[in-house]
Design a protein around this ligand. Structure first.
Ligand code: TUI
Length: 306
């Protein structure tokens, strides 16, 4: 459907997923995605143009629907001839007719069966079922129960996301009925990923219990690494004497500060599998490790059932 070699999507991570990372993943045979959360619509347009120079393989754009410029980005991807769009943090129904008209493959990220069905009815070509193990904005269900329930509910392909970091996770996702996987956190450590070195360092140092979900009281739960900043955020939102406006002001701009400045007062969004990320390596090696690792465990397990 997408013209890619391997069923591996790179998560469209806000402020992180630029042309450099997306092109590296696409050149490796996966699907690279550029994030629409960047310095503004023109900056995203520039990343798209750069990506076209870096790869002749298919790539896409992830549109964060809660962003104030989401409508502008939705129009811009049509102008730039983008072929694949994924969306997050909302329903893209209003843009669907325009994108279908332009021949764009539309793949909404969803976190429930209800929204998967709504997206299918609206004409989605596939859905990414993203469990709450993932980094960034999360839903309520986790990958293990979410993916098979979405697979049973829809007739379009399902891409599993959330907690998938190596060949074992990839194989498990295929066992749940997924047609492909989406991986975010592991690509934070890619050589071609342009986050601040401090961000990579924090991911490499992370353990199994290094992430926390904050923002539930604001209706915008986000998973990030436990840091003095995220712990303060958690304390503020559970303190009745602190208004939600004060909490939001405290968090404002924190992801950009982490990604670009390695600021200790930044939000280091990451999934639960951050503890499994061991080294910095080219995106190509990550894609190949995901696929060869899946093949290895699938063969080993199938032998046990012969
Ligand atoms: O969108 C994401 N993950 C994100 S977006 C993001 S940007 C940001 N966030 C906070 C502060 C600063 C920047 C970081 N991470 N993942 C896709 C995703 N979408 N996960 C869950 C959902 C989702 C949730 C509810 C999709 C739809 C939905 O329903 C809304 C509706 O209209 O029914």
């Amino acid at each position: 459907m997408l013209g890619i070699q391997y069923p591996v999507f790179q998560g469209g991570m806000a402020w992180v997923a630029d042309a450099s990372l997306a092109a590296a993943v696409s050149n490796a045979g996966g699907l690279g995605l550029i994030s629409s959360i960047n310095a503004g619509t023109d900056a995203v347009r520039a990343e798209i143009r750069k990506c076209k120079e870096l790869t002749d393989k298919p790539f896409g754009v992830n549109i964060m629907l809660q962003a104030p410029n989401a409508g502008e980005i939705a129009q811009m991807v049509v102008e730039e001839g983008v072929k694949i769009v994924t969306t997050g943090a909302g329903s893209p129904s209003q843009y669907m007719p325009m994108w279908k008209e332009a021949g764009i493959k539309v793949i909404p990220v969803i976190a429930s069966v209800a929204l998967a069905l709504k997206m299918q009815a609206a004409g989605a070509d596939a859905v990414v079922a993203e469990g709450a193990e993932s980094g960034g904005h999360v839903g309520e269900l986790h990958t293990m129960p979410l993916v098979p329930q979405v697979v049973d509910a829809v007739d379009i392909p399902v891409i599993a996301a959330g907690g998938i970091c190596d060949g074992r996770g990839a194989a498990a996702a295929f066992m749940l009925g997924a047609d492909a996987i989406q991986v975010g956190t592991r690509f934070l450590s890619a050589t071609e990923c342009n986050v601040h070195p401090e961000y990579k360092e924090k991911i490499l140092k992370a353990t199994d219990i290094s992430t926390i979900v904050t923002g539930k009281t604001l209706g915008h739960p986000v998973r990030s690494l436990k840091t003095p900043f995220s712990k303060t955020f958690a304390r503020m939102e559970s303190d009745a004497s602190v208004s939600s406006e004060e909490v939001m002001a405290f968090g404002s701009g924190s992801l950009r500060r982490a990604v670009q400045e390695g600021d200790p007062n930044g939000s280091y969004m990451a999934g639960e599998c951050a503890g499994m990320v061991r080294r910095i390596e080219p995106a190509k090696d990550i894609v190949e490790d995901l696929m060869s690792g899946a093949e290895k465990v699938l063969k080993a397990v199938s032998l046990r059932f012969e």
